[in-house]
Each structure stands twice: as structure tokens, then as C-alpha cells.
Design a protein around this ligand. Structure first.
Ligand SMILES: CC(C)(COP(=O)(O)OP(=O)(O)OC[C@H]1O[C@@H](n2cnc3c(N)ncnc32)[C@H](O)[C@@H]1OP(=O)(O)O)[C@@H](O)C(=O)NCCC(=O)NCCSC(=O)CC(=O)O
Length: 356
């Protein structure tokens, strides 16, 4: 998302000071707990906490699938997408535009072709007051590769240009990948919401800090996040430009539709990625930041409604721009997807100490 205000990660800096990252005794009530305490009798029709967690509750279909990535067809190769979660910057979330563009592109390729890469430029900020039109050009249909160009349009002008390439599966003896970083499993970590609840339970918390945290809680982001190192995630002190978090789509998607999982991964991949650039600079905060381009490569099958580890690193920053690279790992250690993004990051000194 384009940002012109305080970086949301930075605005809760200090959030996790002294917190128990392993989900110890002070863990607050989670949404699952609320369900298990529900006065509604268990008829077998209402998903219980475990069904919610494993996604077998049928009324808990991921909103990403039912709404965000469910484009309306207007004409041949022309689609309309609407918004679910809009960042408080009031500009459209880049991951939503990329995910929707990939949905539009995928609709015109054969069933046996799967996205293997996409390359996008964000050329204008997205306006959350109007839907986005996606116009697909069938650039080339090859024997093993098929290429589509998609223009995302608002107010008659492109906000994103995207090329996506699809490949028919081919076996090869050449096969290697990096090794997944060793981190605690998601079961040992707290979600962002749980971390906020934990902080809200501090008795000496200032009223305005409480309000800020409650606003964050009200954010209906359709993905769940468990930071591996919460103080770092919330920029508590200078660290190397690298962050790790477990991430999954909220709700149930199910296995089988790899095309859809790639679109969800495209959505997820833009979340919190650019913030990695700021990690070595706790004395600065973003006054304007926005992703300029986004490229992604899909390597293997995966499920985005199951926990995946997102490893984000920034190998370079300079000239008010920063480069970030992301790797999405399946929890069994298979590298599912990689991405790269450059963003504009203009900063100002963080002169005012955090109230949190
Ligand atoms: C990147 C762009 C702003 C570049 O456009 P321009 O070159 O015209 O814009 P610009 O950089 O000159 O100006 C943008 C704003 O910064 C101000 N500005 C310009 N130069 C400046 C400087 N040196 N220091 C401080 N501010 C400056 C301008 O006055 C303007 O404010 P004013 O507007 O007040 O005049 C645009 O292409 C764009 O908005 N693209 C879309 C980006 C996007 O939405 N990405 C997806 C979301 S990001 C995402 O989802 C991930 C994430 O955020 O983590």
C-alpha cells in the first residue's frame, strides 16, 4: 500500500517489549476461545474451535476466495474487482491489485497451465472509492508457456501493469532449493491480534495507545500473521533488514485449486514486505512509502490456508528506494514461491518517542 503516514509497524513499536512470544500463561483470549465459550449448543452444524483451526467449518470459506479474488466478468477478458480490506492510507493494497490481476490473467489460460511468474509495476495509487477494471491481453499462447498482459484500470487510467506467464508442468532431473530457516513452529507463537490483546492488558497503557491498538484490532485484514520475533517485527531497536513471520489466509480454501492458491499467495506476498527496508533504522519512520514494482515466481504446490513461513530480506537501500526479496516456505521446508520488490521509502526522523 502506498503510505503517507506513519508506518503501521512502527506505530506499534514497543508493542512486544517483555511479551511472552511462546504463548505462555498470559496469553489473551483468542477468537477460537470465544467460539468454544459460545452459549450456542453444539448441534454439529456450528464449527467448533478445532474445525475453525483446521478449516473444515464450511461457513468459514476464506473471504479472499469468496470476495476479493472473485472477479465479476463484464465482457471477454474484462473483469471487475472490488475491495475488502483497505489500508488506513486509503490507497488500495498492492497485493490485492496483483492478486486480482493474476486471477484475471489465469481465467484465459488452459486448465493445465499454472502461473510460474509475474512482473508488475504500480504506476498510480489505487482509489478505494471505485472498483478496479482488469483488461487482459492474450499476448501469446505457446506449447509449454503462455503469456498474458493485464492492465488494472481506474478512472480510465492504468494503476498497475502486469505480465504473467503460465507453464505446463514438466519433469526435470534438475532440482535444488535453499534450506528453510530454522524457526519455532506457528503453534508456539502468537498472532498479531493476540500480541495486541496482550499489550492491551497492561494496566499502565496510555488511553491514546489503547485507542491506536483497538483501531489496529478492528482492521479486517484477511490474512493471519504470527511474527517469529515480535520485537523485531514491530521495529524495537535496530536489526538487520530481515524479518520472518508465519502467514496464512483466514478461513478455508482447501487443496486442489493451485491457480487460486497462487493468486492468494500474490495477495499475501505484498504484506509487510517493504517494511523490511526500515528495520536497521529505528530513528527514522516512513513519511511516504509505496511499492513500485513486484515480481513473483511460483515453484511448487502449496496451500495458502495453511501456515507458511514468509522470509523477507532487504539486500539494498539507497536514494529513497529499497529492494526487498521474499521467500514463502511451506512448513515442511519446500520453497513454494519467491518474490522481489522495489519501493520508494522516504523517511523523517522519529523525533517523538513512541507512546507505547
Ligand atoms: C510511486 C508514485 C507515487 C510515483 O509517482 P510520482 O513520481 O508522480 O510521485 P512523487 O514521488 O513525485 O510524489 C508522490 C508524493 O511524494 C511527494 N514527494 C515527491 N518528492 C518528494 C521528496 N523528495 N520528499 C518528500 N516527498 C516528496 C510528492 O509531493 C507527492 O505528494 P502529494 O501526493 O501530496 O503531491 C506513483 O507511481 C504511485 O503512487 N504508484 C502506486 C504505488 C502504489 O500504490 N503501490 C501499491 C501499494 S504499496 C503496498 O501495498 C505495499 C506497502 O506499502 O508495503
Amino acid at each position: 500500500m502506498a503510505e503517507k503516514e506513519e508506518d503501521p509497524n512502527h506505530s506499534v513499536s514497543g508493542l512486544m517489549n517483555n511479551c511472552n512470544t511462546a504463548g505462555g500463561p498470559v496469553s489473551p483470549k483468542s477468537p477460537e476461545d470465544e467460539t468454544s465459550e459460545s452459549p450456542v449448543p453444539d448441534t454439529g452444524l456450528t464449527p467448533n474451535a478445532e474445525q475453525k483451526r483446521n478449516g473444515s467449518g464450511t461457513d468459514l470459506k476464506s473471504v479472499l476466495v469468496t470476495s476479493v479474488l472473485n472477479l465479476e466478468k463484464l465482457d471477454v477478458d474484462l473483469y471487475r474487482g472490488t475491495h475488502h480490506w483497505v489500508p488506513r492510507t486509503q490507497r488500495l493494497f498492492g497485493g490485492q491489485i496483483v492478486g486480482q490481476a493474476l486471477v484475471a490473467a489465469a481465467k484465459s489460460v488452459g486448465d493445465n497451465f499454472y502461473a510460474h511468474s509475474l512482473h508488475c509495476y504500480f504506476v498510480r495509487a489505487g482509489d478505494p472509492k471505485v472498483p478496479v477494471l482488469y483488461q487482459v491481453e492474450r499476448t501469446r499462447d505457446g506449447r509449454s508457456f503462455t503469456v498474458r498482459s493485464v492492465k488494472a484500470i481506474q478512472h480510465g487510467q492504468p494503476i498497475l501493469i502486469c505480465q504473467a506467464s503460465f507453464h505446463m508442468q514438466q519433469e526435470s532431473p534438475l532440482q535444488h532449493q535453499f534450506t528453510m530457516p530454522t524457526v519455532p513452529p506457528p503453534e508456539d507463537l502468537l498472532t498479531v491480534e493476540e500480541l495486541i490483546h496482550l499489550y492491551l492488558s497492561k494496566p499502565d497503557l496510555a488511553e491514546n495507545a489503547k485507542q491506536g491498538l483497538n483501531k489496529l484490532l478492528a482492521n479486517e485484514v484477511p490474512i493471519e500473521i504470527k511474527p517469529v520475533n515480535p520485537p523485531q517485527f514491530y521495529r524495537r531497536g535496530a536489526t538487520e533488514p530481515k524479518k520472518l513471520f508465519w502467514v496464512r489466509a483466514r478461513g478455508y480454501i482447501g487443496e486442489g485449486n493451485m491457480k487460486l492458491h497462487c493468486c492468494v499467495a500474490a495477495y499475501v506476498s505484498d504484506f509487510a514486505l517493504l517494511g523490511t527496508v526500515l528495520l536497521p533504522y529505528p530513528n527514522y519512520r516512513a513519511k511516504f512509502s509505496a511499492s513500485l514494482d513486484h515480481a513473483m515466481w511460483f515453484h511448487s504446490t502449496f496451500r495458502t490456508d495453511e501456515w507458511m513461513l514468509y522470509e523477507c530480506v532487504s539486500p539494498w537501500a539507497g536514494g529513497s528506494r529499497g529492494l526487498v526479496q521474499g521467500r514463502l516456505w511451506r512448513r515442511d521446508g519446500v520453497l513454494a514461491a519467491s518474490c522481489s520488490q522495489e519501493g520508494v521509502v522516504r523517511v523523517k526522523p522519529a523525533t517523538e518517542p513512541s507512546k507505547l
